[in-house]
Design a protein around this ligand. Structure first.
Ligand code: HEC
Length: 107
């Protein structure tokens, strides 16, 4: 098994994915709640504010509350749907895989 072609293919796929993301900042990833989120979150600004963000659920909660304070017309039930959607599809990257601790021990 030679890994170079595989690595090259993966790198190419990653670049294409990044490119597609950059071009599609105004479209939300399809998923439960995407329609409601798009409808509510582009009343005042571009959806790119959402698609560029990668936040934890707690951070999304703070952000959506702030948007409501800014005047976003959101019921509590709608906020629940939107938070579940954002926390699933626009979450922070997962933690890296466990690795050996290569840092020198403290003296
Ligand atoms: C009532 C108007 C309004 C609505 C509706 C609204 N926002 Fe915002 N949002 C703002 C304003 C004002 C800003 C700051 C100015 C700007 O960057 O456009 C902002 C900025 C943001 C930012 C950038 C960070 C920040 O705080 O400046 C994010 C992320 C964001 N909004 C997410 C959302 C999400 C998610 C929704 C849907 C739940 C939403 N917004 C709906 C008014 C709104």
């Amino acid at each position: 098994l030679r890994l170079e072609p595989l690595a090259a293919a993966l790198a190419f796929a990653a670049i294409c994915t990044l490119d597609a993301r950059a071009q599609d900042e105004e479209k939300l990833t399809s998923g439960p709640g995407a329609g409601l989120t798009a409808q509510k979150c582009q009343i005042c600004h571009e959806l790119a504010h959402v698609t560029r963000s990668r936040l934890s659920r707690g951070e999304w909660t703070d952000t959506v509350r702030l948007m409501r304070e800014r005047g976003a017309p959101l019921s509590d039930a709608e906020i629940e749907v939107i938070l579940a959607y954002l926390a699933a599809y626009y979450a922070r990257d997962p933690a890296p895989a466990p690795a050996p601790d290569t840092l020198a021990p403290a003296r």
